[in-house]
Design a protein around this ligand. Structure first.
Ligand code: C2E
Ligand code: CA
Ligand code: CA
Ligand code: CA
Length: 277
């Protein structure tokens, strides 16, 4: 038995061990961060391509760890998802986004829409509809001021169940956007069945739009597809005025990216709203 134990130990490479330990550590830290409310939201403006005014903001979560460092979602969302912690975290995000939206609405930004990213697990969760309904009620926000961003892959997992749930959200007035459009599994026939309001062109297609004619074709084809399906198009990752002008010229409805602003905290977003709402 002893030698077998040794063999088992040898089965794991040191790298794997380190990986597993980092993950366990991260999961533990995430749990503590949830308890101590160490997550905050940053907001990135979404700008109407014609009027250049802010029509919405996307909420993006950040983690302030005990050393007061900001940890980006790319470093923890996946582990939050795998450990199930994305469910309580996702609820915090929806609640905080709605609380902040209510504040902005009370300041007079009455048409502003708040976009929130959903994870696959949240969309599958039986509690999502009740939670969203209760949160809208709690902050006295109409569903039409909330937009939920989902990805194609999340829906392709289980199209029937997802589409039913998305319909229920839509019936609450909530807007639905397909995030990272074009990067995941796609089924155009499912797209047609989805009760969505907009497509977000992934920033990987926007990045080289000026120099890569294939990327430009993908963007213009996506805009045409969306408009033919009665959907709005948001381009993400707009960093240059040339990208802005190309996308706006091809009829893209809404633009989002560093050209307008990086995601900023609520106080900085206040200032942006004051000048360009
Ligand atoms: P995403 O939903 O595609 O969000 C856009 C990401 O692109 C954000 O990164 C944003 O800061 C970044 N970005 C925006 N404009 C530009 C630009 O012009 N150039 C470049 N290079 N990047 C730009 P962030 O905040 O690090 O978020 C990364 C991802 O983490 C998000 O991608 C989303 O998938 C996920 N995420 C963020 N917040 C949440 C959340 O509350 N819940 C869930 N489930 N996922 C979230
Ligand atoms: Ca998003
Ligand atoms: Ca995206
Ligand atoms: Ca993404």
């Amino acid at each position: 038995a002893k030698s077998q134990g040794r063999n088992n130990v040898q089965f794991f490479s040191p790298e794997l061990d380190l990986f597993a330990m980092r993950r366990m550590r991260m999961e533990h830290d995430l749990r503590e961060a949830l308890a101590s409310r160490s997550f905050e939201l940053h907001y990135q403006p979404q700008v109407d391509a014609r009027s250049r005014t802010i029509v919405g903001v996307e909420a993006l979560v950040r983690w302030r760890n005990s050393a007061r460092e900001t940890i980006m979602p790319g470093e923890f969302i996946e582990i939050a998802e795998q450990s199930g912690l994305i469910l309580p975290l996702g609820e915090c995000v929806i609640d905080e986004a709605c609380r902040q939206l209510r504040i902005w609405r009370d300041q007079g930004y009455t048409a502003l829409r708040m976009a929130v990213n959903l994870s696959a697990l949240q969309l599958r969760s039986a509690n999502l509809l009740d939670f969203v309904a209760a949160t809208l009620l709690k902050h006295e926000i109409g569903g039409e001021h909330l937009e939920l961003e989902i990805t194609e892959s999340m829906v392709m997992d289980n199209p029937g169940a997802c589409i039913a749930k998305l319909r229920a959200l839509r019936d609450m007035g909530i807007h639905l956007a397909i995030d990272d459009f074009g990067t995941g599994y796609s089924s155009l026939s499912n797209l047609r069945l989805m009760p969505i309001h907009s497509l977000k062109i992934d920033r990987s297609f926007v990045r080289n739009i000026e120099s890569d004619s294939d990327d430009l074709v993908i963007c213009t084809a996506t805009i045409a597809l969306a408009h033919n399906l009665g959907l709005k198009v948001v381009a993400e990752g707009v960093e240059t005025s040339a990208q802005r002008d190309l996308l706006a010229g091809h009829g893209c409805d809404v633009l989002q990216g560093y050209l307008f602003s990086k995601p900023v905290d609520a106080a900085a977003m206040d200032a942006l709203l004051a000048v360009s709402y």
